[in-house]
Design a binder for this molecule. Structure first.
Ligand code: ZN
Ligand code: ZN
Length: 365
């Protein structure tokens, strides 16, 4: 299987890059706890694993439920352990004389950290190594970009199909269920987050959950949705109108759309992400909606729905070709409604490519 062979090589290359980062930090090895980071470095998708990465050798520790799966999915050595994984990993580290051990401070629970700390071999020490794998994950490979493209296509097709059967009076929950059902029919494993369907004044709450409430006529309908396909996330928001939008709704929509287009226009390699955020904010300020924009302009996405870089005020991370990010300004008027427009975008060598194919005209349902 040439596909599998290519993937195996890609995982090994990722571990080699991590090893270089470890050497730069004078660490002998890294204890990787986060499931997504283990998946990124080995291909393993099981729910219980611990990965030891050191230059030249890596070993995945898991429990008997995942023994077969781990050996099929990964190109690393696998050790199947009964009971806690931490003591077994530390025994291997001691045997290989690995002393300076990095761990993921924001990814381990207190009890998991205690298991590491209590079983440390003599002379070994734990060092917090925050975000090393996440930093490697920011720039996507060709295979990852293809997976994100498929996820984005599925997501847009799911919205189109769900809207085909939309009628006023249907509940927000029913529309959210229909969207998620279509996603799965089209090949997604699951939604990449809980689908947001918010109508009327409820759309002014940026992260509103769908309610058991009918979607009425003549109001905004905000839908924020994403799929996971082959492990990779997509993310899109569209705001529609049930009926003929009055001038107030049209002007709010126009302001957000113009801000979104200005932010997309600002995306190019080398600039700090804060500049993209500022481009959106500048437009909303001109329309008098600056204070109505109460979140950041976007985020990276990949194996997780939210990953670095963040596109917000004061964010200095420079954009690089191969980064997959969202552009999603919004404006929210309490008691009236809100508009957010979000695309998934790929940073290219010259600017960016908008991956989301769904139209951004104000749709009248
Ligand atoms: Zn979203
Ligand atoms: Zn988003």
């Amino acid at each position: 299987m040439p596909g599998k062979q290519r993937q195996v090589t890609e995982f090994a290359a990722r571990r080699a890059r991590l090893s270089e980062e470890l050497a730069a930090r004078k660490l002998d090895a890294m204890i990787v706890s986060a499931g997504v980071n283990i998946r990124y470095l080995t291909g393993f998708t099981g729910s219980n694993g611990l990965l030891l990465v050191s230059p030249g050798v890596s070993m995945l520790f898991t429990d008997p439920r995942y023994g077969t799966q781990a050996s099929q999915q990964t190109d690393t050595r696998v050790r199947v352990v009964r009971g806690a994984l931490q003591p077994a990993l530390l025994k291997t580290a001691a045997r290989r004389k690995l002393r300076r051990l990095g761990f993921e401070p924001s990814r381990v629970t207190w009890s998991a950290w205690s298991l590491l700390n209590e079983n440390l071999p003599l002379g070994a020490a734990l060092y917090p190594a925050q975000g090393i794998v996440e930093a490697l994950r920011m720039v996507k490979s060709a295979a990852e970009i293809e997976a994100i493209r498929r996820s984005v296509q599925t997501n847009s097709a799911a919205l189109e199909r769900a809207l085909d059967s939309f009628r006023t009076g249907m509940t927000e929950q029913a529309l959210a269920a229909s969207i998620e059902y279509q996603m799965r029919l089209l090949g997604a494993e699951k939604p990449s987050f809980e689908t947001i369907v918010a109508s009327g004044a409820h759309s002014a709450l940026p992260h509103a959950g769908p309610r058991e409430a009918p979607i009425g006529p003549n109001c905004f309908l905000l839908i924020d949705m994403g799929a996971f396909q082959d492990g990779y996330a997509s993310d899109m928001t569209r705001t529609l109108f049930t009926g003929v939008p009055p001038p107030k709704a049209r002007s709010l929509y126009r302001a957000v759309l113009e801000a979104q287009l200005a932010a997309i226009d600002a995306v190019r390699p080398g600039i700090p992400t804060a500049r993209v955020d500022a481009a959106a904010r500048r437009v909303l300020r001109r329309y008098g909606y600056e204070k109505a924009f109460i979140h950041s302009t976007g985020h990276g996405l990949g194996l997780e729905i939210h990953e670095p870089p963040r596109l917000g005020r004061g964010e200095k991370t420079p954009l690089e070709p191969g980064m997959a990010i969202t552009i999603e300004p919004g404006a929210y008027v309490p008691g009236y409604g809100g508009v957010r427009i979000e695309d998934t975008v790929l940073v290219t060598t010259t600017g960016c490519e908008v991956l989301t194919p769904t139209s951004k005209e104000l749709v009248r349902l």
